[in-house]
Design a protein around this ligand. Structure first.
Ligand code: ASP
Length: 427
């Protein structure tokens, strides 16, 4: 049944697109029933159910995961590997994007910047002056907000980074307790985690219906219009995403992890399709964890450390997209960015992807940090708005794909056996 889940989801996704095209927003059938409202209703139920499990799942998984890691040396090593994977794969993604956007130059057509043709005025110097310093301020803000003044409020508001920070701390503290107290705490958080995974399993069964609703709603609202304009820019982002997801990451899985990437892709398919249709790595996290633990056979220790953190800070697709979008906007304005500025773009893209929340369109908002860092006006974002939802689908899938590749590779480097062996053979 599980094996066929990705097929069911894929069919649901295509049926959703078909239904959305057949019944665009505003169309009624059988009297005054609006199919759009039905799609919206079904999709929203599914999204809410996914979001419902996130906070308790993250708390249970991180605290039990970190508390169970054992010695602080073991934790330090796991953290080091995780961090190294996140930073290096994000940088690789950005460099692919940087190379392609300079090669294809989507912002220049027929030797002319496309900005004025798309209704952009020249950069307003006053606007740039107003924005000065904002980017750095935003980054300082992100770091500051990592420490919650009230962890319960952070959990209630679904603020992931402060929640994760607190849970990591809590888990380390539990791990350092005497045996009796540690065991009591550990049993509680671990069973919370098991309960949340059980509920996740139920939500996953509804995924085909939910994804049908989400896809039908998106297509009913915008038809193919969302896919049409800015083809060259969208094509550049997509080509770079494909190179990263289909070449770079599988190579790393094979070479660094010694594991079969195609088998990993099969195992991850339901989660990747969910990421694609929800446009949210956080909402997909329960599925990602299920697939990595129950499908790929990675230990709970690695899963519960690597994935919640990854869903929040490791976004290869977003990092790549930030870089291409910023350079596209510069090209469209006719602004030449030298090597120095391009290096600034690379590093701010990395930071912006770390700071972006795992929710739809988070990456779009983050571009303002980069534009500001290199002195481009914020209104450039207007250029890329139309295609953003579609690109968001692809980059979110790549974000989740990178987290999952990291999980199997790190588990392997930690000496785990039996990863990505067929479930039946694992015994
Ligand atoms: N939607 C993306 C995610 O959840 C973030 C982004 O907008 O780039 O992973």
């Amino acid at each position: 049944m599980r094996n066929r889940l990705h097929l069911q989801i894929l069919i649901a996704l295509l049926l959703g697109v078909g239904a959305g095209l057949l019944w665009p927003e505003g169309r009624t059938i059988w009297g005054d029933i609006q199919p759009y409202s039905v799609f919206d209703f079904v999709g929203t139920l599914f999204l809410r159910a996914l979001k419902m499990v996130i906070v308790p799942l993250i708390a249970g998984s991180i605290i039990s995961g970190v508390a169970g890691v054992g010695s602080s040396r073991g934790l330090g090593r796991l953290f080091g590997r995780t961090f190294a994977w996140y930073v290096s794969t994000s940088l690789m993604a950005i460099l692919v994007g940087l190379f392609l956007v300079n090669l294809i130059q989507p912002g220049i057509q027929g030797g002319e910047p496309v900005g004025p043709r798309l209704g952009l005025s020249r950069p307003d110097p006053q606007l740039s002056a107003e924005l000065e310093g904002r980017g750095a301020g935003d980054l300082v803000d992100i770091v500051q907000r990592m420490i919650p003044t009230n962890p319960v409020a952070a959990a209630a508001e679904g603020q992931m980074l402060p929640l994760i920070f607190f849970c990591l701390l809590f888990g380390i503290a539990v791990g350092s307790l005497g045996e009796q107290q540690r065991a009591a705490q550990f049993a509680f958080w671990e069973s919370l985690f098991v309960v949340m995974m059980r509920i996740t399993g139920w939500v996953i069964r509804a995924a085909p219906v939910g994804i049908f609703g989400l896809m039908a709603k998106i297509t009913a609202a915008s038809g193919f219009a969302a896919f049409g304009p800015l083809l060259q820019y969208g094509g550049t982002v997509l080509a770079a995403l494909v190179i990263h997801a289909a070449i770079t990451l599988p190579l790393l899985v094979r070479v660094v992890g010694g594991l079969p990437p195609h088998r990993h892709a099969q195992v991850m398919a339901p989660a990747l399709l969910t990421a694609f249709s929800t446009r949210s790595s956080s909402a997909t996290l329960p599925l990602t964890m299920d697939r990595i633990e129950n499908g790929a056979g990675v230990s709970n220790r690695v899963t519960s450390f690597v994935l919640p953190l990854g869903a929040t800070i490791n976004m290869d697709g977003t990092a790549l997209y930030e870089c291409v979008a910023a350079l596209f906007i510069a090209q469209a304005y006719g602004v030449e960015l030298g090597i120095g500025s391009q290096v600034v773009v690379v590093f701010t893209a990395l930071l912006a992807s770390i700071g972006a929340a795992g929710i739809p369109a988070a990456g779009l908002v983050m571009i303002s940090i980069i534009l500001d860092a290199v002195g481009l006006p914020l209104e450039g974002i207007a250029l890329i708005l139309a295609v953003d939802p579609v690109l968001d689908m692809f980059r979110t899938a790549v974000n989740v794909w990178s987290d999952s590749c990291g999980a199997v590779v790190i588990a392997r480097r930690e000496g785990e056996e039996g990863i990505l062996v067929r479930e039946a053979d694992r015994g």
